[in-house]
Write a protein that binds this ligand. Structure first.
Ligand SMILES: Cc1cc2nc3c(=O)[nH]c(=O)nc-3n(C[C@H](O)[C@H](O)[C@H](O)COP(=O)(O)OP(=O)(O)OC[C@H]3O[C@@H](n4cnc5c(N)ncnc54)[C@H](O)[C@@H]3O)c2cc1C
Length: 556
């Protein structure tokens, strides 16, 4: 069996950054990546609006750190926030040296645009295709350094032996077949879990596998109740309309033509934090001032030239998927699930409590975003903490001899997959049906407004769906490109993630950032300025709580 020095699960920005960092730190080290899709199809490619760094003349990393802590309603750990904001400028310059084609200002410097939840102009961008620009530049570096990628391999389980993580078991999607791959260190960089919800900006591959892999191996997930709902997704599709559109000056209007943000956030208006804007839109729709379940995003006053230069993709998406040209007509938008602030609990160096296991990027919770992530901070998180996790893993294993592995996990996983493949039943229920029901239950009951009753209903539905997920029937019993099988496995990840979201949300009797409870509408620092930590047990998640690290910004 192959045993790598460092194996990274995920080829998005966090995964690729981690791989390059490990190799740069210990040249010649055997670093490999495993990914269920080709690297440049990772969801990072879809990031639109930009990446934050205090590189402007009138900005400072301290101001960035303050905005991040405040924007996250003080639930983020401030030592991690400080590290991220301090290192951001150097990381941006390094990205530029790698060849990322950032947009430029009139003086030829990296251009920056305003984003929500901050007074500063801090978001670096490449038109409205920032993720695309960074991910492709990073992939070129991967090729240049000849880092091996298991392309289109699906990781089904971590291998945990002698109380450490020793590799993964993975299904080769192209050829079929299950394999154990050893590693002295494994870094989870498997992205988000937006597909737990029906309306989501996330790619269909964002099924929370990384979080589920850790959770099943006994590693806790932190702050899972904090799911960010992006205020502006295109009507009925969930397609993201970047915050950059409001950063460029777009207005939000209700059916009466009012710029309603004046009532909810008179100072910051459309550029208040995402949780504030999402709640405001939800309230307008609820009180009957919506337009067909949406509100309107008006860009007309920006003019054709600016829209074509700065927001070309937004224009194209609105024309193709909603039939409106934003140059002439406002875009119908509604909130949709966008980002998981919680994830695999790690320290600032990506280390989890399981020796040999690290996590970075959206699947991890370091935690920098607290109860609400600022736009542009997630791409930054993937770069800073991907780099840090790669470095720390490389350091840890550099002088470690490889250890032999048993085939116990491989056999257990083979039995699990064979059982799934052999499922027969009168109901002939398919994985996508259960997945759809899960999405509906979560969007309806755990969306921007939550109550005890709605969450209890979601919990009941998730438990019932878990039983059904074990019995779904695969129509494809073949080995080659069996997407039916992959969907059935992804469904189990979605359900594991969903149960932790429900548990955290039920327990947290307050409203903070993205977690808004109609029955507890106030933030309660005295009781709830703490992280929720979910561990797996046979009877569902068990919750503990841990203090938040406060350094220089006392909660206000
Ligand atoms: C539409 C959209 C726009 C966004 N815009 C912005 C923005 O402008 N600014 C910003 O800061 N943030 C933005 N975000 C958020 C940000 O893009 C993501 O949080 C970030 O890119 C996640 O990167 P990642 O490397 O953690 O994961 P991803 O890029 O999602 O990569 C995950 C990787 O894990 C692999 N993987 C997953 N499961 C398995 C498995 N079981 N086996 C093998 N491989 C697996 C996948 O193949 C993939 O390679 C946006 C998000 C969306 C959805």
């Amino acid at each position: 069996m192959k045993i790598h020095d460092v194996l990274i699960v995920g080829a998005g920005l966090a995964g690729m950054r981690a791989a390059l960092s490990a190799l740069a730190h210990v040249p010649g080290m055997d670093v490999a990546i495993i990914s269920k899709v080709h690297p440049v199809r990772s969801h990072s490619v879809a990031a639109q609006g930009g990446i934050n760094a205090a590189i402007g003349e009138h900005d400072s990393w301290e101001a960035h750190a303050f905005d991040t802590a405040k924007g996250g309603l003080y639930l983020g750990d401030q030592d991690a926030i400080e590290g991220m904001c301090r290192e951001a400028p150097d990381d941006i310059l390094e990205l530029e040296r790698m060849g990322v084609i950032f947009s430029r200002d009139e003086k030829g410097r990296i251009a920056q645009r305003p984003f929500g939840g901050t007074g500063a102009v801090r978001t670096c961008y490449a038109a409205d295709r920032t993720g695309h620009a960074i991910l492709h530049a990073m992939y070129e570096q991967l090729l240049k350094h000849r880092i091996f990628v298991y392309e289109e391999w699906y990781v089904t389980s971590l291998i945990v032996e002698e109380s450490g993580c020793r590799g993964v078991v993975a299904w080769d999607i192209q050829r079929g077949g299950l394999h154990a791959i050893g590693a002295k260190a494994v870094i989870l960089a498997a992205g988000g879990s937006g597909r737990v919800f029906l309306t989501s900006t996330n790619a269909v591959i964002n099924t929370g596998d990384g979080m589920a892999l850790a959770y099943r191996a006994g590693v806790p997930l932190m702050d899972m109740e904090f799911v960010q709902f992006h205020p502006t997704t295109l009507k009925d599709t969930g397609i993201l309309i970047t915050e950059g559109a409001r950063g460029e000056g777009g207005y939000l209007l209700n059916t009466l033509g009012d710029r309603f943000m004046a009532w909810y956030a008179p100072d910051q208006m459309e550029l208040a934090t995402r949780s504030t804007v999402s709640l405001a839109i939800g309230q307008e729709i609820l009180e009957g001032r919506g337009v067909d379940g949406c509100v309107l995003l008006d860009l007309r006053h920006l003019g054709r030239a600016r829209i074509e230069e700065r927001l070309p993709q937004i224009r194209q998406l609105a024309i193709e998927f909603a039939g409106v040209d934003p140059v002439e007509t406002p875009i119908p938008v509604q909130p949709g699930a966008h980002y998981q602030m919680g994830g695999v609990r790690t320290n600032q160096w990506g280390e989890t409590e399981l020796p040999g296991l690290y996590a970075a990027g959206e699947c991890a919770c370091v935690s920098v975003h607290g109860a609400n992530r600022l736009g542009g901070n997630s791409l930054l998180e993937t770069i800073v903490f991907g780099r840090r996790a790669g470095l720390r893993a490389a350091e840890a294993v550099a002088s470690q001899p490889p250890r032999a592995l048993s085939d116990a996990t491989l056999r257990a996983e083979a039995a699990r997959i064979n059982k799934l493949m052999a499922n027969e039943g009168k109901s002939l229920e398919r994985a996508w049906q259960v997945r759809d029901e899960l999405g509906q239950a979560m969007s309806l009951n755990l969306g921007i407004f939550r109550t005890k009753e709605s969450m209890a209903e979601a919990g009941k539905r998730v438990r019932a769906l878990k039983d059904r997920a074990d019995r779904v029937v695969l129509q494809d019993r073949g080995k080659i490109f069996n997407t039916d099988l992959i969907q059935a496995l992804e469904l189990q990840s979605l359900l594991d993630v969903a149960e932790t979201i429900v548990a955290g949300a039920m327990a947290r009797e307050e409203s903070r950032g993205a977690h808004y409870r109609a029955d507890f509408p106030k933030r309660d620092d005295a009781t709830w300025l703490q992280h929720s930590i979910a561990r797996r047990t046979p009877d569902g998640p068990r919750l503990d709580f841990a203090p938040v690290t406060i350094t220089r910004f006392p909660p206000k």
